[in-house]
Design a protein around this ligand. Structure first.
Ligand SMILES: *[C@@H]1O[C@H](CO)[C@@H](O)[C@H](O)[C@H]1NC(C)=O
Ligand SMILES: *[C@@H]1O[C@H](CO)[C@@H](O)[C@H](O)[C@H]1NC(C)=O
Ligand SMILES: *[C@@H]1O[C@H](CO)[C@@H](O)[C@H](O)[C@H]1NC(C)=O
Ligand SMILES: *[C@@H]1O[C@H](CO)[C@@H](O)[C@H](O)[C@H]1NC(C)=O
Ligand SMILES: *[C@@H]1O[C@H](CO)[C@@H](O)[C@H](O)[C@H]1NC(C)=O
Ligand SMILES: *[C@@H]1O[C@H](CO)[C@@H](O)[C@H](O)[C@H]1NC(C)=O
Ligand SMILES: *[C@@H]1O[C@H](CO)[C@@H](O)[C@H](O)[C@H]1NC(C)=O
Ligand SMILES: *[C@@H]1O[C@H](CO)[C@@H](O)[C@H](O)[C@H]1NC(C)=O
Ligand SMILES: *[C@@H]1O[C@H](CO)[C@@H](O)[C@H](O)[C@H]1NC(C)=O
Ligand SMILES: *[C@@H]1O[C@H](CO)[C@@H](O)[C@H](O)[C@H]1NC(C)=O
Ligand SMILES: *[C@@H]1O[C@H](CO)[C@@H](O)[C@H](O)[C@H]1NC(C)=O
Ligand SMILES: *[C@@H]1O[C@H](CO)[C@@H](O)[C@H](O)[C@H]1NC(C)=O
Length: 461
């Protein structure tokens, strides 16, 4: 079941994490991702005629203010301040070297008129709109090919008023795929922090094709060097999702998601998972390290979704220090997750799922410990469970097929498929490949701005 209400407070950084190291202690991630960049120029949205009465449409005010601030891009950039009030607007686009800063009592509200959300091209890695063939509506706050962008506030709010979009979705009267709340394409050095995002029409925060060493950066979708820290996420779907394109389009576009750091996340997702991979993962997902996850009142805890036709890979994933309470399925790996963009996908394009380590997990009020299913002719390998202790209601806590791997100190005892190799030296991915790479990386601080972004597919599907 999908819900329109979603809510999260967020600190997301898409950015250059060069110089960042994987600390051994959770909670110290992303420390150098401060969003305190001084902007010599600042304007307030009211200077451009905006009215914060919740009724006046302010799209032009936002566009005009940002157009004006463009002239300061080469002078240290500028800040657009949104004071207390309810600021109704349609979709608007950001520019580079911009800070969008909200007062604690400022609420940016999405217009309920779909014509205020222009229609743009589909993402190349999806080949079409996610929900409907063809184009898609542009997000409320949008940016493409940007660098040095900060979206912040003293816990101000961005409210997409998505209920009407969910209504159109449910009664099949959409003409195009729904818009996200925030989408940044091909961008670097982005920090999203100290804000509450709610009622997205579709996904919440969607960085796509973002990174620091190419001209791109973040749902974390085909994005690299992403840090998501200190977030509370409540959605009808998954809290944090990592994706990288859909079937043949994702395979040919070939933009992986990698180097992703996630820490200190609380997720509550009636219809989804605390952390999920896929199902669109055709460009590949690797080097993901997530620590300090609290997953409560959710359908799934940790989830990997894929299917024949996806191709690509999910590998070198390290998830540790997880607590769960009231979760129907603690760990779920699904090899037959359907949904294809069209019938041109290659049924022989099998995904490679390998080197998935899940350790130090404590769960209470768990329905089923794990359903782990690979694909016929395509076993998922090196699935490692260590120090996992779950209080499970089901008499059949684990159900595994077509997977191989290892387990150690798992209660209730893990499935046989994860026990059969105990004579070999377990080779569990320990998260260190990223760490080593990080340590070797040159310490190169671009500027102090960081994109804090929960990959946010932060998607409420
Ligand atoms: C978020 O707000 C807190 C409290 O005002 C502040 O200390 C912190 O630097 C802010 N973080 C970011 C990334 O803006
Ligand atoms: C944005 O960047 C992408 C990838 O580099 C490029 O293909 C596209 O043309 C750029 N768009 C604009 C408007 O510059
Ligand atoms: C931020 O706002 C939300 C509601 O919009 C509230 O639940 C939360 O407690 C606030 N957080 C802080 C740190 O003020
Ligand atoms: C579909 O949902 C929208 C939004 O809730 C509503 O305005 C519209 O009347 C509905 N249309 C039909 C045909 O049910
Ligand atoms: C879909 O298109 C029709 C015809 O142009 C229009 O009346 C309707 O409002 C559109 N629906 C949405 C949700 O934008
Ligand atoms: C975790 O994030 C929450 C906000 O969601 C913050 O209040 C808390 O201080 C963080 N804890 C650590 C250990 O960083
Ligand atoms: C457990 O989580 C479900 C949502 O998955 C929620 O409806 C239910 O109220 C929760 N139970 C308790 C005791 O909190
Ligand atoms: C097992 O995991 C729990 C929960 O994260 C942790 O408190 C405990 O120290 C771990 N035990 C070992 C031996 O690592
Ligand atoms: C395990 O799952 C398979 C389907 O994947 C099902 O047929 C079987 O009954 C399940 N076994 C148990 C014990 O639940
Ligand atoms: C696939 O894994 C199963 C255990 O889940 C194992 O019995 C089977 O031999 C494996 N197949 C291959 C080709 O490795
Ligand atoms: C899995 O991790 C090990 C190290 O833990 C590494 O040697 C191996 O290359 C990894 N496998 C893949 C497919 O990346
Ligand atoms: C991931 O991080 C490592 C170490 O910083 C770096 O060498 C590598 O290029 C990064 N990968 C991508 C795709 O940015």
């Amino acid at each position: 079941m999908r819900r329109s209400a979603s809510f999260f407070q967020v600190l997301l950084v898409f950015t250059t994490m060069a110089g960042t190291r994987w600390p051994n202690v959770s909670g110290t991630y992303c420390k150098d991702m401060s969003s305190s960049v001084y902007r010599p120029h600042s304007v307030t949205i009211t200077e451009f005629g905006a009215v914060g009465d919740g009724v006046t449409l302010n799209t032009k005010a936002f566009q005009n203010a940002i157009f004006y601030l463009n002239s300061f891009a080469d002078k240290g950039g500028a800040q657009l301040f949104v004071p207390a009030g309810r600021w109704l607007t349609g979709s608007f686009s950001l520019i580079s070297h911009l800070t969008l800063s909200l007062d604690k009592d400022a609420v940016i509200i999405g217009s309920p008129d779909s014509s205020h959300w222009p229609v743009i091209d589909p993402l190349p890695s999806y080949g079409r709109g996610r929900e409907l063939p063809g184009n898609r509506h542009r997000s409320l706050i949008f940016g493409s090919n940007l660098t040095d962008v900060i979206i912040t506030g003293a816990n101000g709010t961005i409210d997409g008023q998505g209920a009407i979009w969910w209504g159109w979705f449910h009664n099949h009267t959409l003409n195009y795929t729904r818009p996200h709340l925030v989408e940044l394409m091909y961008s670097t050095n982005v920090v999203i922090s100290n804000l509450t995002f709610k009622n997205s029409p579709f996904w919440n925060i969607h960085p796509v094709y973002c990174s620091w060493d190419s001209d791109t950066v973040h749902k974390i979708d085909s994005s690299t060097n992403v840090c998501i820290d200190h977030c509370y996420v409540r959605t009808g779907d998954d809290s944090i999702v990592i994706k990288s394109g859909w079937d043949e389009y994702g395979i040919s576009f070939a933009h992986p998601s990698s180097n992703i750091s996630i820490s200190n996340i609380t997720g509550e997702n009636q219809g989804g998972a605390g952390i999920a991979f896929g199902s669109e993962m055709s460009g590949g997902i690797s080097e993901v390290r997530a620590e300090g996850l609290r997953i409560v009142n959710s359908l799934h805890g940790i989830r990997i979704k894929t299917a024949p036709g996806r191709g690509g890979y999910v590998k070198n994933v390290y998830i540790a220090d997880v607590s769960m309470d009231n979760v129907s399925m603690a760990i779920r790996i699904t090899g037959n997750y359907g949904e294809h963009p069209d019938d041109k996908y290659d049924r022989n394009a099998l995904p490679m799922i390998s080197n998935i380590t899940i350790k130090d997990v404590v769960g209470i009020n768990i329905g089923v410990a794990g359903i782990l299913e690979g694909i016929q002719g395509d076993n998922f390998s090196s699935i490692c469970l260590t120090n996992v202790s779950l209080t499970v209601q089901s008499p059949h806590p684990w159900n595994c097929s077509l997977i191989q791997g290892y387990s150690n100190s798992v209660v209730p005892e893990s499935c046989e498929q994860l026990r059969s190799n105990c004579e070999q030296t377990p080779v569990c991915y320990d998260g260190s490949s990223y760490s080593e790479m990080r340590t070797q990386a040159p310490t190169h601080k671009l500027n102090s701005s960081r994109l804090l972004n929960p990959l946010l597919k932060l998607a409420t599907l």
